[in-house]
Design a protein around this ligand. Structure first.
Ligand code: F0G
Length: 357
């Protein structure tokens, strides 16, 4: 690590495969690793601090650099929203034309707004992300001139693995890493990052990878928990965490490999547990993360309850996206909102003081 220069994803360029004629970057990566206020062994990797507010930017800088280097002019991605926002931004910077295939009415408003802002053409499909994913796969196979930006694209994962490098550089190897799982690329990418460091002799072991899914979209978690080799895919996935509302994760094999080989596990959490975790993280730690992101925190809480981890384990939760991505989910959350007479604000505060003694 001591020989590396700069900050962010391209700091690790010696370890990023591929030849790039041009690098398209918006200063992604180098995100904060925030120590928990309550437990000094616990950290949050806040990927919301990336340029478009999610970890997708790490993969997108590499994938778009590769698309440009290979001479593509048109790119395409299916997305639950964050890949879309990120792909739109990096395509804009690279001067590429971009088409996004999104599940109609199921993309959080912040992500949709970003995709519109960056000038993408938005193609909406009825049904889940999986319908769009299948359409993009077919398009890529049948019409070679479009470059696919989904996580079956290996360059995406090359960028995302730098999460592992950053964690190791800052605190060494954790015992556990909790990752929200949707299309299942990120957990594999992070695990790959750790295994490369181990194989290079930088670290002597890899952390246990814990995948967390939303209950209504949890084929991988259920397969792991039931000891099945192949997941039973979910036809109509449903969860408040729209980013991971995916029934047939493209990278399921890779994710299961990462979980098994690291001797990790998987967990699923309910929508209530997710929303409760979002509030707790915000109100106790001051960190705002979108619902899919806080699945990692909800999963950690559940793992503590079930004795799968203990408080002394060095644990990192990957908070994959910023709270502002999905304002609707936060506004529905419980809050104190009081209509007041502007001349008498003190009545409220003094009233509170009396109540609390
Ligand atoms: N967290 C957030 C905030 C996401 O947006 C995603 C995936 C994940 C976790 C899961 O990552 O797919 O690598 O397992 N979002 C994709 C998208 C599917 O289209 O934005 P994964």
């Amino acid at each position: 690590f001591s020989k590396l220069r700069g900050r962010g994803v391209w700091r690790y360029s010696p370890a990023i495969a591929g030849n790039y004629k041009k690098i398209v970057s918006i200063s992604e990566g180098g995100t904060p690793l925030i120590r928990s206020r309550e437990n000094s062994e616990v950290y949050y990797k806040f990927e919301g601090a990336n340029p478009t507010g999610s970890f997708k930017d790490r993969g997108m800088t590499v994938a778009i650099s590769s698309a440009v280097s290979e001479g593509y002019k048109i790119v395409v991605a299916a997305s639950t929203g964050n890949t879309a926002a990120s792909a739109a931004a990096y395509s804009a910077r690279a001067g590429l034309k971009i088409y996004l295939v999104l599940p109609k009415d199921k993309v959080a408003i912040g992500k949709l707004a970003q995709s519109i802002l960056y000038g993408a053409t938005i193609l909406e499909v009825e049904g889940s992300f999986d319908v769009g994913m299948k359409a993009v796969m077919r398009l890529y196979k049948d019409v070679g001139i479009v470059y696919p930006l989904n996580s079956f694209n290996p360059w995406r994962l090359e960028g995302q693995k730098t999460i592992a490098y950053e964690i190791t550089e800052e605190i060494g190897v954790p015992d556990y890493v909790f990752v929200p799982v949707g299309n299942a690329g990120n957990i594999y990418a992070i695990w790959k990052g750790f295994t490369e460091l181990r194989d290079a002799g930088v670290i002597d072991r890899v952390p246990r990878m814990v995948g967390v899914q939303a209950e209504g979209a949890s084929p991988i978690a259920k397969a792991i928990l039931n000891n099945q080799d192949t997941p039973q895919f979910v036809e109509n996935p449903e969860t408040v965490a729209t980013a991971i509302r995916i029934g047939k994760p493209v990278n399921w094999k890779k994710a299961m490999k990462a979980i098994k080989e690291s001797q990790g596990t998987a967990i699923y959490v309910s929508d209530n547990e997710i929303m409760e975790a979002q509030r707790e993280l915000a109100r106790k730690e001051g960190i705002g993360a979108e619902p899919a992101s806080v699945a990692s925190f909800a999963g950690y809480k559940k793992a503590l309850e079930h004795g799968l981890v203990d408080r002394t384990s060095k644990t990192v939760m990957i908070l994959t996206g910023h709270a502002l991505k999905d304002p609707d989910s936060m506004i529905k959350s419980s809050a104190r909102r009081i209509i007041v007479n502007p001349d008498h604000l003190e009545n409220i505060i003094l009233g509170d003081l009396n109540v609390s003694g």
